[in-house]
Ligand binder design. Structure first.
Ligand SMILES: Nc1ncnc2c1ncn2[C@@H]1O[C@H](COP(=O)(O)OP(=O)(O)OP(=O)(O)O)[C@@H](O)[C@H]1O
Length: 315
């Protein structure tokens, strides 16, 4: 069954077009990774799909029904994990879930059962009576996810659910998403962490400037750029002049700088390594060099010209 079918969606903020004729299909039980550089339109797409934001034209069907005319019924089947944490600080973990479950009409024994099960699912069963103010960042993120799960949604939409958490909580969350998939939940997931997408997504959709620019499984997307090779070279003094010289080499598609490391993507078989090395020698000396097979990160870089994660986000 098709859970989501977006057709020709246009969303404008005044004169700025945030979604520009977007088509998106999500089948039941898929985990779809939605990727895009900052400002690509991911949050707008998610909010539009949840009925939180009106759109200008196009159609959205969820579970086979038109979103606009069945909004309330459809919303009951969607869980949204927002980018910012939306739990109440002065309610205990279990009271938070009682509030969110209550919004969806759960009550009495059924509500208590769902709260208990959801807390167990996110590993917070021993924290039921504690306030989130006492929680670590990872525990708060897990409670934020639990709040979107208490009513057992069929479609779970997660907007960067793992920002700023420790590796243990991250892996807990990723495993929980896999388990939800086993249980038949459909998941749409945005993140700035490529390794998460590689670990859990059955399909990846890349958007940029409000357009879908590529989609497929991780392997399908990588195959698209198999005809490319990448060179990573660390130099002592990466000057603008060197970057310009590299950009002028034949068949070079992308040159970027991250700290002292230069990333260069060119047509496979262009034999640039010797030339790159000799140019780089004049830039404070070569500290290290590698030439690797393409990854999903390279697909993203080739298609959007940008890294998935801004350098400032890693500081
Ligand atoms: N309420 C708003 N009013 C005006 N412009 C907006 C509004 N919300 C978003 N935009 C603009 O629309 C574009 C898409 O924004 P959106 O937040 O959907 O991108 P994103 O892909 O989620 O970005 P990020 O990865 O930084 O969260 C951006 O250019 C943004 O500045």
């Amino acid at each position: 069954m098709t859970v989501v079918q977006m057709r020709n969606i246009v969303k404008r903020y005044k004169s700025h077009v945030a979604l520009d004729h977007i088509d998106l299909d999500i089948a039941e039980g898929e985990i779809v990774g939605l990727l895009g550089p900052n400002g690509a339109g991911k949050t707008t797409l998610i909010h539009t799909l949840c009925g939180l934001q009106p759109f200008d034209s196009g159609t959205i069907q969820c579970f086979g029904r038109d979103l606009k005319t069945n909004l309330l019924d459809i919303k009951k089947q969607i869980g949204l994990v927002t980018q910012d944490i939306t739990i109440f600080e002065d309610l205990t973990a279990s009271e938070n879930l009682a509030f969110f479950g209550g919004i969806y009409g759960l009550k009495g024994a059924e509500l208590q059962k769902q709260i208990q099960e959801t807390l167990e699912f996110v590993g917070l069963q021993d924290q039921a009576r504690r306030l989130p103010t006492k929680f670590s960042g990872g525990m708060r993120r897990r409670l934020n996810i639990a709040a979107a799960l208490t009513h057992r949604p069929k479609l779970l939409i997660m907007d960067e659910p793992t920002v700023g958490i420790d590796p243990q909580s991250r892996s807990y969350i990723l495993n929980s998403i896999r388990e939800l998939k086993q249980q038949g939940t459909t998941v749409l997931y945005t993140t700035h962490y490529m390794e998460e997408v590689q670990a859990i997504a059955s399909r990846v959709v890349i958007i940029d400037q409000g357009h879908v620019i590529a989609e497929g499984t991780v392997n399908e997307l990588i195959e698209k750029i198999q005809h490319e090779e990448k060179i990573k070279i660390e130099v002592g003094d990466p000057t603008e002049e060197l970057l310009d010289q590299l950009k002028q080499l034949n068949d070079v598609k992308h040159v970027s700088l991250e700290g002292h490391v230069i990333h260069l993507i060119s047509q496979a078989g262009s034999g640039h390594l010797d030339r790159v090395l000799s140019l780089a020698k004049n830039a404070g000396g070569v500290r290290s060099v590698s030439s690797d097979k393409p990854t999903l990160e390279d697909v993203f870089l080739t298609l959007t010209g940008r890294h998935l994660r801004d350098e400032k986000e890693d500081e």
